[in-house]
Design a binder for this molecule. Structure first.
Ligand SMILES: *Cc1c(COP(=O)(O)O)cnc(C)c1O
Length: 389
């Protein structure tokens, strides 16, 4: 019988008899491990999962997490980092070299785009071509002979656009390029891009994997162990392993990942349907709605949807701000994936031209549906509509 997701979350990687049969592994809050002889120190193999030497390289608490993420994402190895951005930049630096080329979707996570368009361009002469990503032909067109990495984020986290991962990966591989995907929205519960041809799958653990808005962390999973070896070395040299305390909190968050995302998704669907039917709402962006223009592809590559969605009201940007401020349960804040409901206006300071390219109006509102209960969230939206319009 195939191991269930629950079995992975609760038991994979745990070796109870190594820590006095405690049901919860300890936080290995040590920076180094000691050896009986000088030769034993020199002979310690970094690849042996039971040999630990120095905390910047590996830590037993972190290792348990990595085993879980690898099984969840159906990869060969995973590495946990001090943030999602640490994982993302490690992937770029692993895949790319000076004079190379990257194809990246336009709605990818802003700071990663900035890293590519600024640091990588200035210091490594790496050029980046931005694409909408909805049409595989556009991706094919953007590929060059020196393309080293295709950066995907499906769905992307403001307008929830989808890329056909399988087709995009095939196109990239034909050109000898690797494929990176940010899988944070779906979590490993609802999408496994390595099975569709991706080479790197990234998650920020600051969102659903942690789930409690109390840590910053990130993960990178690969299909090819040779790539894993490079990622491991990169993390060791950049010194970007997650701390043991944050790693332990991430593990605690992971225990309930499956039950949490199901609840977030159920609430978000109800909220999306409520918004879609509201006369003041112009458009709702959510992968769970049958009205999503890429519904068929979504059904093919995602098995569910989590708690993040966006919508545009029939109003000005200033009125949309007033609406956000009228909400009581949804708090104004940038992150998502935790227990709490949040609201932001990601394009409020962008000009019209940028908004058009990014696929939504300046007044677009993004909400994260937390675990406060569907009825409460809908009545919060309702009272804000009543107050403002
Ligand atoms: C937050 C976020 C990141 C960055 O993660 P950090 O842990 O903050 O570095 C990357 N991708 C997406 C989609 C995010 O929402």
């Amino acid at each position: 019988m195939e191991k269930s997701t629950g079995m992975i979350l609760e038991h994979t990687g745990e070796e109870y008899d190594r820590y006095y049969n405690a049901i919860v592994p300890p936080i290995f809050m040590n920076s180094l491990n000691i050896f009986p002889t000088v030769d034993a120190y020199y002979d310690s193999d970094k690849r042996d999962i039971h040999t630990y030497c120095y905390g910047r390289v590996q830590n037993p608490t972190v290792r348990i997490l990595e085993e879980k993420i690898t099984e969840l994402e159906k990869g060969s190895e995973s590495y946990v980092f001090s943030s999602g951005m640490a994982a993302a930049t490690a992937a770029v630096l692993t895949a790319c070299s000076a004079g190379g080329h990257v194809v990246c979707i336009r709605t990818a996570y802003g700071p990663l785009k900035d890293f590519l368009m600024n640091y990588c361009r200035e210091h490594m002469q790496i050029e980046t071509t931005l694409v909408d990503g909805d049409d595989p032909a556009e991706i094919r067109e953007a590929m060059r002979d020196n393309t080293q990495l295709l950066v995907l984020e499906s769905p992307s986290s403001v307008v929830f656009r989808i890329q056909d991962i399988e087709k995009a990966a095939r196109i990239a591989h034909e050109k000898g390029s690797l494929v990176y995907i940010d899988n944070t929205f779906c979590t490993p519960i609802y999408q496994n891009p390595l099975e569709m041809g991706a080479d790197f799958v990234m998650h920020t653990a600051s969102k659903y994997l942690g789930g409690h808005s109390d840590i910053i962390g990130g993960t990178l999973t690969v299909r090819d162990p040779r790539l894993g070896e490079k990622v491991r070395t990169m993390r060791e040299q950049l010194g970007s392993i997650i701390g043991p305390m944050e790693g332990w909190l991430m593990m605690r968050g992971l225990r309930t990942l499956e039950v949490r995302v199901k609840e977030h998704g159920k609430t978000a669907l109800a909220v999306a349907q409520y918004l879609e039917a509201h006369p003041k709402v112009r458009k709702v962006y959510y992968t769970g709605l049958a009205s999503h223009p890429q519904h068929e592809l979504i059904e093919k590559q995602q098995s569910g949807h989590t708690g993040l969605l966006s919508f545009e009201l029939d109003c000005t940007t200033e009125e949309a701000k007033t609406f956000c401020q009228a909400l009581r349960i949804f708090k104004i804040g940038v992150s998502w994936g935790g227990f709490e409901s949040l609201v932001t206006m990601p394009y409020a300071r962008e000009n019209e031209e940028t908004c058009r390219k990014m696929g939504a109006g300046q007044n677009v509102i993004r909400i994260h549906c937390g675990l406060e209960g569907t009825e409460n969230l809908i009545s919060d939206l309702e009272q804000a509509f009543d107050q403002v319009f």
